[in-house]
Ligand binder design. Structure first.
Ligand SMILES: [Zn+2]
Length: 471
């Protein structure tokens, strides 16, 4: 009698997944999870992409081959519909970069030009270095201390599981070359935005508005940045020579590639899984973001293998041109935001191949218990319930102001920034066991989100909820 009472009380206070999903839907979610774990998480997909296509900088010939590769892959897997949507952006490509200390001693520095860096004049530039702790210090500097010099920004990215050290550190890369230009500098060198102690540099993009003056800019490896700091600490003027050959061209049109599993009862409603197809030109873009392409493809493949279709549709979106400015994400938001009430949920995998440890979501209050119910099915994968907020991943950022509901499946990024945007981002860094855990989570999320008893509130409803909460 007491036991029954206890069960009743527990039943009232702790809702069960069965309160939100049918027994059959839950059984399928568990089957997807278990099947994913005995497979390799789509390792074959990232292996094929990084081998057959290799590095695939947006706007290059390899980008076009990647798009063709994606269309062929997704058609071959038997998705109900596969199509391309245009994405137009200015391209940039590097020929070479050379950075060396010329005084007080001669030493070559291991460097990579930052994306959209202009070329130096032929023969390069040589100037005295002026060092700043971070972008804020440069912002506060007097122009006469900067003019005619090469600016060196030395901030170091801190390592953490959630990658939170990246945001503050990356300011040096994204804005350094513009701020330094305003103060009359001739070039910019930054400490690589990465956590590796190996002697290779981390590239990445810079932010700029068309017409804004930019300076030649390069990142040097962490050990080279240490060395440069020590040379400066000696107290003698330190001079650097830098030479960059790179070019920016006018508009190029690539494509987002989208594959659909058509919903059985509400095909117009869509759960969108994303990853980006482009990569930097160094390494083979295995972790960034071949892993994401593999994870969502495997999740889609597992659901396609079921003997029934989900209620809502599931889309896989291979975004174009993420690295050089979120162009694919911007084009997708622009093309689809009128339809966001049907776009149920977005979730992008773009943080390497580490295991997922937490789920967070930005959804309507009424839908949060469904997220909790989904988390209970992810718990056996070691995934905890996280914050009631999410970004959905970089390519869904441009959709957030339109009210897209999003989920974050947060990956362990402890080592991600050892390889991020470097020559060392290669296939051997991916563990198929971790990849399978990721694919299992995305398959469960996509399936249950497609079967959810309530919508997640994308569009005006979600924006309204946020407005009223902010008041
Ligand atoms: Zn990425």
């Amino acid at each position: 009698m007491r036991l029954i009472l206890l069960l009743v009380v527990l039943g009232l206070s702790a809702p069960l997944s069965a309160d939100y999903f049918s027994d059959e839907d839950l059984a399928i979610a568990r089957e997807l999870r278990e099947r994913a774990l005995v497979r390799d998480g789509g390792f074959d997909v990232v292996e094929d992409l990084t081998t057959r296509v290799g590095p695939r900088l947006a706007g290059t010939e390899a980008d076009a081959r990647a798009v063709a590769w994606a269309v062929e892959l997704l058609n071959g897997l038997g998705f109900d519909r596969v199509w391309k949507e245009p994405v137009t952006f200015p391209t940039w490509s590097r020929n070479f970069e050379r950075v060396r200390v010329t005084s007080p001693v001669e030493q070559r520095m291991e460097a990579l030009a930052i994306g959209y860096s202009p070329a130096t004049p032929e023969g390069g530039i040589e100037a005295e270095v002026v060092m700043f702790d971070d972008l804020d210090a440069l912002l506060n500097a007097e122009p006469e201390d900067v003019a005619g010099r090469i600016v060196f920004i030395r901030n170091r990215m801190e390592r953490s599981r959630d990658g939170s050290g990246y945001g503050p550190a990356v300011q040096a890369r994204s804005r350094g070359a513009i701020v330094a230009a305003e103060k009359g500098a001739v070039g910019v060198i930054i400490r690589s935005i990465g956590t590796s102690t190996n002697r290779f540099a981390h590239t990445g993009g810079m932010r700029f508005d068309l017409g804004q003056r930019r300076l030649p800019a390069a990142a040097i490896s962490n050990p080279d940045a240490d060395q440069l700091e020590r040379l400066i600490a000696l107290g003698e003027p330190v001079r650097l020579h830098m030479e960059i050959d790179a070019q920016k061209t006018e508009a190029y049109t690539s494509h987002n590639v989208i594959a659909e599993i058509t919903g059985a009862t509400s095909p117009e409603k869509i759960v969108a899984l994303g990853a980006h197809l482009d990569s930097w030109d160094v390494g083979t873009g295995a972790l960034d973001d071949g892993a994401g392409i593999a994870i969502i493809t495997e999740a889609g493949r597992l659901i396609l293998d079921l003997d029934r279709r989900p209620d809502r549709s599931i889309h896989l979106i291979f975004f174009a041109a993420e690295e050089v400015g979120l162009w694919g994400g911007r084009a997708w938001a622009e093309a689809h935001h009128q339809n966001f009430e049907n776009l149920q949920l977005g979730a992008e995998s773009d943080f390497g191949a580490g295991q997922i440890y937490e789920i967070g979501a930005r959804v309507l209050d009424e839908a949060w218990p469904v997220i909790e119910a989904i988390q209970r099915e992810l718990a056996p994968l070691g995934i905890d319930l996280g914050r009631r907020q999410a970004s959905g991943g970089p390519d869904f950022l441009p959709s957030l102001p339109h009210g897209l509901a999003v989920v974050d499946l947060r990956q362990d990024g402890t080592t991600y920034f050892d390889y991020h945007h470097t020559e060392n981002d290669t296939l051997d860094k991916i563990d198929p066991v971790d990849l399978a855990q990721n694919a299992a989570a995305y398959a469960v999320l996509a399936w249950l989100a497609a079967q959810s008893p309530v919508d997640f509130g994308s569009g005006p409803a979600l924006l309204e909820q946020e407005r009223s909460r902010a008041q």
